[in-house]
Design a protein around this ligand. Structure first.
Ligand code: PEP
Ligand code: MG
Length: 766
C-alpha cells in the first residue's frame, strides 16, 4: 500500500495540468483500492459548491457540470464535518442526495474524506462500491493519508491554474494573501530570484520558440559534459577509480539517446527547456523510486542529480541575460538577508517571499530598510511571475498580480498618501520624545542589519539600543579576527561619540547560521543559540569582548549585552569571561604603554556596563537575582513572544498564532517593567514591538525607559508619542491588561489610535 501511495503522489505532482493529474489519480486510486469508483470534487467558495471534477466510475458527461452544495448530500456532509465518512449503504443515508446525471444507482458503499490545506477544505475524495459493505480501517487510513499528501499539491496546482488564466474582460486580477512582513506599498514589475538548480521548484512553462529552446538544451548538455570531465580530472588524484565511476555513469546517462531524445521531444511539444527537462527527469525518478529494489531506487537520485546539473547550466544562461528593470519587486521562494543586501541599491521596491514569517530576519531587515515585504505566501509558480506588474501591500500582506488599471490608480493614490504621511512625521525627527503631558522617553536605534551609519545618525535616535554583531559575522567566510572586529566596532562607537551604544554579543543559531560554522538541529530555536554557543566557545567570546573593549578606548560609550540568557549561571559564567578579557587587556596595555610619556601612559580602559536580554520566559521569574548581577535589562520581545506562546517565529504555518499583543505577552512585559523598577534596573525593549505605534504607547505606559527600533520607525514613533499624553496611555494600558484575547486588544487599540487622530497609523501599526 505504501509503495502504491508513494507512486500515486509522485505521479500526481509530476503532471502539468490539474485536470489531467486528477483524472490519472482517480483511476489509480480505484485500481489500488479495488473499488468500483473513485471521484474528486473540488470546492468553489464563490458558489459554495463542490464541483465533480474527476471520476473513474461516475458518468463522464457529469464531469465539470455536476455541483453539490456545501451542505448537500453525503459529499457536503464530509466537507461540513471535516472528517472521513464511511457508509455501508449510502442511498439509505438520510443525507444522501439523488443526482441522476452521475449515474451512481448501482453504487452502495461510500467512503469520503476531505482534502484540507491550511484549515481550508479544498475538496473531497471519495470511493464507492457496488457491494454493501464497510470500508476497513486500512482503506480508510489509505484514503486519509492520500488526501493529506495531495492537499498542498492541489493548492499549488490551483494557484498555478489561476495564474495561467486569461483576464476576464481585462478585469481579472490575481490576489494572494501572505503575512505582512514590512509595512509599505509598492507597484512595480516582478523580478524572480530562482533558487539555484532545483528541479522540484521549476514550474512548467510553454515556449513559442522551440528552436531556441533546443539550442539552449544543446548548450547545457555540452557544458554539463565539460563540467563532469573537469570534476573527474580534478578529483582523480584524491579519489579511487571506483569512486570516479559515478562521473562515467553521469556521462553515459547524458549521452543516452533515449533520455536526450525524450527531452527534445518534449521541447518540440512546446515546452521550454527547463520544463521538458523536469518532466522527463521526474518520469525516470518516479519509475526508479517506485521499485522495491533499494539499489535501483537509489539510482533515482543519480538521475535527479544529473537533471539538477543540467538545470544549473540552463539557469546560468538565463542569469547571464537577466537585466534588472529600474524599479522592481523581488519574488523568491526564500528571500534571504543576503538577497536584500544584494538588491537594495538596485531599484528594489518590495520583497515577496514564499517562505518565512514576519519575524524572520529577512523581514526584520526589510523593515529596517523601509522596504515593504510579504512573507509566507502560498506556493505560486514563480517563473510565471517574471516581468508581471504586481502590487504589494505590506500593511496587510496582500499582493495583486497583473492588476487592472483601476486598481493601479487606486494604489498609486495610496502610495502618494503614504509619502505625504512620511514627510509629515519626518518633521518631528530632531525634536525630543516627550508626551503631551511632559513624560520623556528615549528612542534608540536597532543597528547592525544595514551597513552604513550615516542615515541612522540622522534618524533622530539618542544612541544605539541594540547593535546586532552577528550580521558582519554572517557576511564573511570565516570568523573575523580580533583586529577586524575592533575596527568595525570602533566605527560604530565613533558614529555615536556622546551617546550610549549597546552591542550584543554574537547571537547565532536559530535562523541565523554561519556558513563556516554549520549547526544542524531539528529544533534550532530551542537548541544551540546565542549565549549557549559563545559560552561553549570561550575563544570566540573572549575575542569578541576584547575587540569591543579595545574599540571603546577613548570613546567610553560601550555597553555589552548578552542574548538568550536563561539562567543565573550563564550570567555568572559570561561575567567571569568579560572580567578575564578586561583584566588581560588592561595588563597588555599597561605593558605596551609603560615606556610612553604622559598623557599616553595614563590612557584608561573603560569598563563597559553589562546587561542581559530578557527573551526567554525563565528569566521573568529570576529578575531579583539577575538584577543583582547586571547593569541593565533589555527585553527581546521577538523571542519572548515566540517562547511564551510556543510559536516558531519563522514558521508561516503558525504565523497567525504569533502575536506580541497576546494578553500573556503584554502581562509578562508589564510584570517585567514593575519588577525592574522595584530593583532599580534600567529597562529597555528592543524587539519589533517597540517600533509599532500601539506597542510604543503600551510600553511607555508600562514604564519602559528606552525603546529601541529600526531607523525607519524612529520618526513615526516619535510623532505618535508626541501626540499622546502619558496619562491617556496609562488608561489605554489598564483597559488592555484586562482583555482576555489578542483580538480584543487589537480592535480596542485600533479604535484608540483613531480617537487620538493617529488613524493613519492603524493600517501601519498592528
Ligand atoms: C528579540 O528577540 O526581540 C531581539 C531583539 O533579537 P533578535 O530579533 O535578533 O532575535
Ligand atoms: Mg532575540
Amino acid at each position: 500500500m505504501l509503495t502504491a501511495l508513494r507512486r500515486i503522489v509522485l505521479e500526481f505532482n509530476q503532471e502539468a495540468e490539474l485536470q489531467t493529474a486528477l483524472e490519472r489519480l482517480v483511476s489509480q486510486v480505484k485500481r489500488s483500492m479495488n473499488t468500483d469508483c473513485c471521484s474528486v470534487y473540488l470546492a468553489d467558495y464563490r458558489s459554495q459548491n463542490f464541483l465533480l471534477t474527476a471520476s473513474d466510475g461516475l458518468a463522464q458527461s457529469a464531469l465539470g457540470r455536476t455541483s453539490i452544495g456545501f451542505s448537500e448530500g453525503v459529499i457536503g456532509l464530509v466537507g461540513q464535518r471535516e472528517e472521513p465518512i464511511n457508509i455501508d449503504n449510502a442511498p439509505e443515508h438520510p443525507h444522501f442526495k439523488h443526482t441522476p446525471e452521475v449515474e451512481e444507482e448501482a453504487l452502495k458503499a461510500f467512503l469520503g474524506t476531505p482534502i484540507i490545506h491550511q484549515s481550508k477544505v479544498l475538496g473531497i475524495i471519495s470511493v464507492q462500491q457496488q457491494k454493501i459493505r464497510h470500508f476497513d480501517e486500512n482503506e480508510e487510513a489509505f484514503l486519509v493519508t492520500l488526501a493529506a499528501q495531495l492537499a498542498s499539491a492541489i493548492a499549488n496546482a490551483e494557484a498555478r491554474g489561476m495564474l495561467g488564466q486569461k483576464k476576464d474582460h481585462g478585469k481579472w486580477v490575481k490576489q494572494l494573501v501572505g503575512i505582512a512582513g514590512a509595512p509599505g506599498l509598492a507597484l512595480s514589475k516582478v523580478v524572480v530570484c530562482q533558487p539555484d538548480a532545483d528541479l522540484s521548484t521549476v514550474s512548467l512553462l510553454k515556449s513559442a520558440n522551440s528552436e531556441y529552446e533546443q539550442q539552449r538544451f544543446y548548450h547545457a548538455v555540452l557544458k554539463t559534459r565539460v563540467d563532469f570531465h573537469q570534476m573527474s580530472e580534478q578529483l582523480s588524484s584524491i579519489l579511487s577509480d571506483d569512486s570516479l565511476d559515478i562521473f562515467e555513469m553521469y556521462k553515459q546517462l547524458l549521452s543516452s539517446v533515449s533520455l536526450a531524445d525524450e527531452i527534445k521531444e518534449q521541447i518540440n511539444l512546446g515546452w521550454n527547456a527547463e520544463s521538458a527537462l523536469k518532466q522527463i527527469i521526474d518520469k525516470y525518478v518516479v519509475q526508479f523510486e517506485s521499485l522495491d529494489d533499494v539499489y535501483i531506487r537509489e539510482r533515482g537520485s543519480d538521475i535527479r542529480d544529473l537533471g539538477n546539473r543540467l538545470l544549473f547550466n540552463l539557469q546560468r544562461q538565463q542569469k547571464q541575460q537577466q537585466q534588472l528593470p529600474d524599479k522592481f519587486i523581488l519574488v523568491a521562494e526564500d528571500v534571504t538577508a543576503a538577497m536584500l543586501a544584494q538588491y537594495q541599491h538596485k531599484g528594489l521596491q518590495a520583497i515577496v517571499s514564499l517562505s518565512g514569517s514576519n519575524n524572520s530576519h529577512a523581514a526584520i531587515l526589510a523593515r529596517a530598510l523601509g522596504i515593504p515585504a510579504i512573507m509566507g505566501v502560498d506556493p505560486i509558480p514563480l517563473s510565471q511571475l517574471e516581468g508581471q506588474i504586481m502590487i504589494v501591500d505590506g500593511y496587510n500582506g496582500e499582493l495583486f498580480i497583473a492588476p487592472d488599471s483601476a486598481l493601479q490608480v487606486e494604489y498609486l493614490h495610496l502610495i502618494n498618501e503614504e509619502v505625504a504621511l512620511t514627510e509629515k512625521v519626518r518633521a518631528a525627527i530632531d525634536l525630543p520624545t516627550i508626551t503631551q503631558d511632559g513624560k520623556a522617553i528615549e528612542l534608540m536605534l536597532n543597528a547592525g542589519l544595514a551597513s552604513g551609519f550615516e542615515h541612522s545618525v540622522r534618524a533622530g535616535a539618542t544612541g544605539v539600543g541594540l547593535y546586532r554583531t552577528e550580521i558582519p559575522f554572517l557576511e564573511r567566510q570565516s570568523f573575523p579576527t580580533e583586529q577586524e572586529q575592533t575596527q568595525l566596532y570602533k566605527q560604530v562607537l565613533a558614529a555615536f561619540p556622546n551617546q550610549q551604544v549597546t552591542m550584543r554579543t554574537l547571537d547565532v543559531g536559530g535562523d541565523k547560521a554561519l556558513s563556516y560554522f554549520p549547526i544542524s538541529e531539528d529544533n534550532p530555536f530551542l537548541g544551540w543559540r546565542g549565549i549557549r554557543i559563545t559560552l561553549d566557545h570561550p575563544e570566540i567570546f573572549l575575542v569578541q569582548i576584547r575587540a569591543m573593549i579595545r574599540a571603546s578606548i577613548g570613546l567610553n560609550n560601550l555597553n555589552i549585552m548578552l542574548p538568550m540568557i536563561t539562567s543565573v549561571t550563564e550570567v555568572d559564567d559570561a561575567l567571569n569571561l568579560i572580567n578575564q578579557a578586561y583584566f588581560e587587556l588592561k595588563d597588555e596595555l599597561k605593558d605596551q604603554l609603560k615606556d610612553e610619556a604622559p598623557p599616553v601612559k595614563t590612557i584608561q580602559i573603560p569598563r563597559p556596563k553589562v546587561g542581559i536580554m530578557l527573551e526567554v520566559p525563565s528569566v521573568i521569574f529570576q529578575l531579583k537575582e539577575l538584577a543583582q548581577r547586571v547593569d541593565f535589562f533589555s527585553v527581546g520581545s521577538n523571542d519572548l513572544t515566540q517562547y511564551l506562546l510556543a510559536v516558531d517565529r519563522n514558521n508561516a504555518r503558525v504565523a497567525n498564532l504569533y502575536d506580541a499583543y497576546h494578553p500573556a505577552v503584554l502581562r509578562a512585559l508589564n510584570m517585567i517593567a514593575q519588577e525592574a523598577s522595584k530593583y532599580l534596573v534600567p529597562l529597555s525593549l528592543c524587539g519589533e514591538l517597540a517600533g509599532e505605534p500601539a506597542g510604543a504607547i503600551l510600553l511607555l505606559a508600562m514604564g519602559y525607559d528606552k525603546l529601541s527600533m529600526n531607523p525607519h520607525n524612529i520618526a513615526r514613533i516619535k510623532w505618535v508619542l508626541r501626540h499622546i499624553a502619558y496619562h491617556q496611555a496609562k488608561i489605554i494600558l489598564n483597559h488592555v491588561l484586562n482583555f482576555s484575547t489578542a483580538k480584543q486588544v487589537h480592535s480596542y487599540i485600533n479604535e484608540q489610535l483613531e480617537n487620538f487622530g493617529l488613524g493613519g497609523f492603524v493600517r501601519a501599526g498592528l
